[in-house]
Design a protein around this ligand. Structure first.
Ligand code: MN
Length: 511
């Protein structure tokens, strides 16, 4: 359980290489936010500030630079308190204002559980955050909201948990943030599939208890061997598979738990690559490996860039355990993804930061940056030189992937450039570029399309051939007497709208 006591030193202690200015920035953001949220309470009855405090602390923990941690502390001030954009700008400057505004903007999106909605929402997230760091703050914000979801009114719980499972967790996955991805999935799984959750938890508990017994034994023997060989820079840890990811894997393996070997694993973290192979040699000369389960993802990384050596061994007393061997760098990358790269060191160089942002957006949603094509070659060259290997691998999606889903996602993203518009109640709908209110009306329902009489774009009455822009709030007006004309065919961009209009005209003998 977390306490309601907060202390800024808990955040500062988690951060490395802070300058005097950095420390005073964190302290200032802490004090400012604490004062702004004074008197506000969470559903749990705790002071609201505990939420933003935890967000800031978790951002510090995953190695975010000072402006991001400060923005984490401030992320709810503009939306939920008297504080204005101008206050943030005056007190903290443009960079932090941009981050806080970005997070606030993402907070306005609502989730309705429609299949086509999910992909739109993911894309909208990426398209509307003009800095990758905004996404990271939003994900960490969601983590704490999920950790305290039990206090939220029942009718809201399911929606928030579903949104987490379908939108936020996959985003964390795409950003390579496996730890965060797992946490979000497991927290949401409990609310979305309570029955399955308790089943899997039971299986997992039982299995990992047995597994840990074997892991401990191997670990003890291995440490002796390593000491004898003079390898002192090696650390080990146990990892147990996430509950949701086990659930998914079980579904793929005919629900047969005995077909899954990696429920628990012993992780061995070394200083350098030669040591990985040395450790592998020592293990294989001590325990017998299972044939066909030795995978060298260091020599041949996974398409998503994952690097490690995996082997599965017979422990000699009836047990079978998986062992994963990797360097410290590989470990950071596998666990924290984008967070271990871009923000680990505070990047003072603004243009470098911007380039890296564009690079990531382009990787996540190819085509998003197309309108700036002339700069593209440049930035690709720079990004290529600077990009971590796993990202370069991600670009190469022609290679064979273990994850079909990942490939499908990328293909879908490649499809074409989209604009994202809102309905007045906050639904986000994605349409092809140059779509008009007519396309939007038909995408909601053919009846609405057939009777559209007007459209308000951002509160202003606009003509039906208005080209919609990203972020527009569009209200469709209908009249019983209103019906499609031949002109509408010129206005419509989507094949769906055109098809409906043509059908209507044919049926009513309009020529
Ligand atoms: Mn928040």
């Amino acid at each position: 359980m977390e306490t309601t006591e907060t202390n800024v030193s808990e955040i500062i202690d988690k951060m490395k290489n802070l300058s005097k200015e950095d420390i005073s920035l964190i302290k200032k953001a802490y004090d400012f936010s604490k004062k702004a949220h004074e008197g506000q309470k969470r559903y749990s009855g705790e002071p609201y500030f505990t939420h933003v405090f935890q967000t800031g602390k978790n951002l510090a923990e995953i190695g975010m630079c000072p402006p991001v941690v400060a923005a984490g502390l401030l992320h709810d001030t503009v939306e939920d308190t008297e504080v204005t954009d101008e206050d943030i700008k005056r007190e903290f400057g443009d960079e932090i204002l941009m981050l806080v505004e970005g997070v606030t903007k993402l907070g306005t999106i609502r989730y309705r559980g429609l299949k086509r909605h999910i992909e739109s929402l993911r894309k909208f997230f990426i398209a509307s955050a003009n800095d990758m760091r905004v996404l990271v703050i939003k994900l960490v914000d969601r983590l704490h909201n999920m950790e305290t979801l039990e206090h939220v009114p029942k009718e809201k719980q399911l929606r928030i948990a579903q949104e987490t499972l379908e939108v936020y967790a996959p985003l964390a996955y795409r950003l390579g943030m496996r730890v965060l991805n797992n946490k979000l999935e497991d927290l949401a799984f409990k609310f979305v599939y309570p029955k399955e959750y308790s089943e899997i938890t039971k299986i997992l508990k039982q299995r990992s208890k047995e597994d840990i017994k074997y892991l401990e034994k191997v670990d003890r023997s291995l440490k002796k061997i390593l000491a004898r060989e003079g390898m002192r820079d090696v650390r080990t840890m146990y990892r147990v598979k996430g509950i949701y990811s086990l659930f998914r894997k079980l579904e793929r393996k005919d629900k047969d738990i005995n077909k899954i070997y990696d429920i628990s694993a012993l992780r061995i973290i070394t200083k350098n690559i030669p040591d990985c192979y040395r450790v592998l040699g020592l293990i294989h000369s001590t325990w017998r490996p299972l044939p066909g389960r030795i995978k060298d993802f260091i020599a041949v990384p996974k398409p998503n860039g994952y690097k490690s050596i995996h082997t599965t061994i017979f422990t000699g007393n009836g047990g079978i355990v998986e062992i994963q061997i990797r360097t410290e760098d590989m470990h950071q990358e596998a666990e924290y993804g984008i967070a271990s790269h871009i923000f680990y060191k505070s990047s003072k160089d603004q243009s470098e930061q911007a380039q890296s942002n564009r690079y990531w957006f382009e990787r996540l949603v190819p085509g998003i940056m197309k309108n700036r094509k002339n700069q593209d070659e440049d930035f690709k060259k720079i990004a290529n030189e600077k990009a971590p290997l796993w990202i370069k691998k991600m670009m190469d999606y022609s290679s064979v992937s273990e994850s079909q889903e990942f490939l499908d996602d990328i293909r879908e993203d490649l499809f074409q450039q989209r604009v994202f518009v809102f309905t007045p109640i906050g639904d986000v709908i994605d349409l092809p570029v140059e779509s008009t209110p007519i396309d939007l009306a038909y995408s909601i329902h053919s009846d609405i399309g057939n009777h559209i009489s007007g459209a308000k774009v951002n509160g202003k009455l606009m003509s039906l051939d208005t080209k919609l822009k990203n972020g527009d709030i569009v209200e469709i007006e209908t009249k019983k007497t209103s019906k499609p004309t031949k002109k509408w065919l010129d206005y419509a961009k989507t094949t769906d709208a055109k098809r409906h209009i043509k059908a209507f005209l044919a049926e009513n003998n309009v020529s």
